[in-house]
Design a protein around this ligand. Structure first.
Ligand SMILES: O=C([O-])C(=O)C[C@H](O)[C@@H](O)C(=O)[O-]
Length: 309
């Protein structure tokens, strides 16, 4: 947002382009971290159009949709019009329905455009094995992203997709600060995750990703102890920090991204100082890991699966 609190298309595009250039394998635009909850319909179209310009067809672009059904359908149409390749279905607003109602909600969004959907299993949109099975019968359902943390249920979703011959379905760990739990997700066949940290500090997310991709368990544990664990403890001090810390991190890096919108709040000065300290430490760890990799001291992969949000 600009100084007046309006969507700033230019800054949005520059931010997303920088993430793609840094190596994101895909972009979730206007989703959880991208403040879908705070955008009007017209603003949503501006964000997706900016994202499309920034991405330039280099990686898949997924637009968030959700909330009130009328708004979700309007956003689905706008995402299609502005060139997104898929939709991430976020939970409906306020009310929780039955599983049949949830399936109908997804279908109504599917019918609003030609875009395939990824289901974000989270909040008021928590699926059962039965409702997932029903939705997987539709080839336009191409992904499931877990925001609940029930790995046993997610394992069932993965196996059911395979049993149905849906090898095309992509699974993501979409828990807050996904890196913290990613090792457990890989063990159940979910090797992709969306990284909010990538959105504020790609070099840190990529440093951690390289340890993950190389199956370097000591390296991953080091990242969790030194950076992600402390970040999550800071995140958990205040509701909404999963989003506002990311934006504050960008501001600390010099990007003119404005504040979060209500009801979220920006971090307090003390918390922002703690974030700055953590980011400096994370960047030092990333630089040391890169130096180690170039001298052959640390194994690493150059191909990120990380997707900015
Ligand atoms: O925007 C989104 O899709 C999310 O909020 C998911 C985040 O990226 C989550 O996985 C995280 O915090 O790392």
């Amino acid at each position: 947002f600009d100084a007046a609190g309006e969507v700033d298309a230019e800054t949005t595009a520059a931010h997303i382009a920088a993430g793609v250039e840094a190596g994101a394998a895909g972009v979730f635009a206007a989703c959880g971290t991208g403040e879908f909850h705070a955008l009007g319909t017209e603003e949503y179209g501006i964000v997706i159009a900016a994202a499309r310009t920034a991405v330039g067809g280099r990686v898949p672009l997924v637009g968030g949709v959700g909330g009130p059904l009328g708004h979700a359908r309007a956003c689905a149409r706008l995402a299609a019009e502005h060139g997104a390749q898929a939709l991430l279905v976020l939970p409906p607003y306020l009310v929780g329905g039955t599983q049949a109602g949830l399936v109908a909600y997804v279908r109504a969004i599917l019918d609003a455009s030609d875009l395939p959907v990824i289901l974000y299993h989270r909040g008021t949109a928590q699926f059962t094995l039965e409702s997932i099975t029903e939705l997987l019968a539709d080839p336009r359902v191409v992904g499931i992203k877990d925001g609940v943390g029930d790995v046993a249920l997610m394992q069932q979703f993965v196996l059911r997709a395979r049993d149905l011959g849906r090898d095309d379905v992509t699974f993501f760990n979409g828990l807050l600060t996904a890196e913290l739990s990613q090792a457990a997700y890989r063990a159940i066949g979910v090797d992709r995750y969306s990284s909010a940290v990538f959105a504020m500090a790609p070099e840190i997310a990529l440093g951690s990703y390289r340890a993950y991709a190389a199956h370097d368990e000591d390296g991953q544990a080091h990242w969790l102890r030194e950076f992600y664990g402390p970040l999550v403890r800071l995140r958990d001090t205040t509701p909404g920090y999963a989003v506002s810390l990311i934006k504050a991190g960008l501001r600390l890096g010099g990007a003119d991204v404005g504040s979060v919108r209500a009801p979220l709040v920006d971090p307090s000065p003390e918390h922002e100082a703690e974030l700055a300290r953590l980011l400096a430490h994370g960047r030092a760890l990333a630089a040391a890991a890169t130096a180690g990799a170039t001298t052959g001291a640390t194994a690493g992969s150059a191909a990120p699966v990380t997707a900015g949000s």
